[in-house]
Design a binder for this molecule. Structure first.
Ligand code: 5AD
Ligand code: SF4
Length: 443
């Protein structure tokens, strides 16, 4: 038995802490809905929860150590702890070790098994310690309760897993093989999200543009077909999707950007490096040139499209020249936004044991230079938006009275003062640019 005191009976309150990507945020929401359906309520701000779920991320840097310190911090002053479940990708990758190192943890549940959490909680309240890192064939999503109230902008996971095996990446091991959720389930969930108040839906997947399915007439469709069908939902105003892989971009998806008004002019298309030889070592199966060509085609279809991306600096063997190629890629594309990371060796991935691992100081310096270039470009993108007239989807209140914050079609954060409600689309003129947001004036 644990060295902690478990709460008596089934827990009444829960707290879910999600780290990492948007899919974890989505998973956290779905776990919350499931616990809600079991009669549990979210713990109020600042109050202890009977059950804490740490929904972890394993993609970079000392994620596992962070989980252990988070677990430690959950111990209360009187020596008791809540019931603790470790979920997400660290759970998948290091479940056994977590169980042996952290006696306070009662449950370890992988990303493909969290629909089984209620049964695990029941066992845990009886003092059992349970691990479930199976990748079951039964449909996880089908076993979850239906969606209820949602924010103006909602996530919808349409695809999970990855078959690409980039040599640095842990995702194919933690999230498993690519699966596409069935079309009918997605239309149904989207409708429920819209009924619950969502005006924008972001379709999520590790390789979202690899989604395939059959429409209501049994015709094979890709992500562009799904987007076109969703665009027919009257109260859904905006559609986005992330994250895409350059090799799964289809002509249909590019065309959709020119034709489907509700599809927002924004594309997150990670490149990782501007050097084709590093891309080859990463097993990305595209080159710097083919990536640039893909972006050009999106821009032909939708000239104002905002491009964002991901970069890794300091991949094993990356020379100064390779890194200069990455800076040149930034110069060429002029990203509206981009995320950049230092390479982090992930246990079990091929790159972790490659020769020529790059020194930390070199990575630090490269990351700084890359981020300076990206910040310069995203500020320039915001500045170039001044004077544009567009709609802002109102997502939350600002700090000052009458102030609202929302998103432009290009995913910039914009604020204005005026009459509005959450979920409204307000027509504004963008009047002033900052590095991270824009001021808007209601028209
Ligand atoms: N080290 C650093 N960054 C990584 N990413 C994925 N794996 C690693 C790693 N081992 C980055 C990639 C990916 C984003 C989600 O995280 O840029 O696109
Ligand atoms: Fe990881 Fe590459 Fe798959 Fe993206 S495409 S999840 S980086 S393996």
């Amino acid at each position: 038995m644990n060295d902690i005191t478990s709460p008596q009976g089934f827990p009444r309150s829960y707290r879910i802490k999600s780290f990492g990507c948007q899919m974890n945020v989505y998973d956290g929401e779905r776990m919350g809905e499931m616990l809600g359906a079991q009669g549990m309520a979210p713990a109020a701000e600042g109050e202890d929860a009977d059950l804490v779920v740490l929904n972890t991320c394993h993609i970079r840097e000392k994620a596992a150590e962070k989980v252990y310190s988070d677990i430690g911090r959950l111990r209360r002053e009187d020596g008791t702890s809540p019931l603790i479940a470790v979920a997400g990708c660290v759970a998948q990758a290091e479940g056994e070790e977590i169980m042996s190192r952290s006696p306070g943890v009662s449950m370890v549940v992988g990303p493909q098994a969290y629909h089984r959490l209620p049964g695990m909680i029941e066992k845990a309240t009886r003092g059992e310690r349970v691990t479930d890192t199976d990748m079951p064939t039964e449909a996880k999503f089908g076993a979850l309760p239906a969606r209820r109230k949602t924010a103006p902008s909602a996530f919808l996971t349409v695809q999970e897993g990855c078959d690409k095996f980039c040599t640095y990446c842990v995702v194919p091991y933690t999230r498993g093989a690519e699966i596409s959720r069935p079309y009918a389930d997605l239309i149904d969930e989207a409708q429920r999200l819209v009924d619950g108040g969502a005006r924008e839906i972001t379709l999520l997947g590790q390789n979202v543009n690899a989604w395939t399915g059959e429409d209501a007439k049994g015709r094979a469709i890709g992500l562009d077909g799904l987007i076109r069908e969703l665009a027919a939902l009257p109260d859904l105003k905006r559609i986005r999707y992330t994250t895409s892989h350059p090799n799964d971009v289809t002509d249909g998806l590019i065309a959709a950007h020119g034709e489907v008004e509700k599809l927002m002019p924004y594309l997150h298309l990670p490149v990782q490096s501007g050097s084709s030889s590093i891309l080859s070592a990463m097993n990305r199966s595209h080159t710097a040139e083919s990536y640039i060509r893909v972006i050009e085609r999106f821009r032909e279809a939708r000239p104002d499209i905002a491009i964002s991306g991901d970069f890794i600096v300091g991949f094993p063997g990356e020379t100064d020249t390779d890194f200069e190629d990455t800076l040149r890629m930034v110069e060429t594309i002029r990203y509206a936004a981009a995320f950049s990371f230092k390479y982090s060796p992930r246990p079990g991935t091929p790159a972790a044991t490659m020769e020529d691992q790059i020194a930390k100081e070199v990575m630090d310096e490269r990351l700084q230079r890359l981020q300076a270039a990206i910040t310069r470009d995203s500020y320039a993108f915001n500045t170039a938006s001044v004077g544009k007239i567009c709609e802002v989807l109102v997502e939350r209140k600002g700090r000052k009275p009458g102030q609202w914050i929302g998103k432009t079609p290009w995913l910039q954060s914009a604020w204005f003062t005026g009459d509005a409600q959450l979920g409204d689309l307000i027509t504004v003129e963008l009047v002033e640019a900052g590095p991270n947001s824009l001021e808007a004036r209601v028209l």
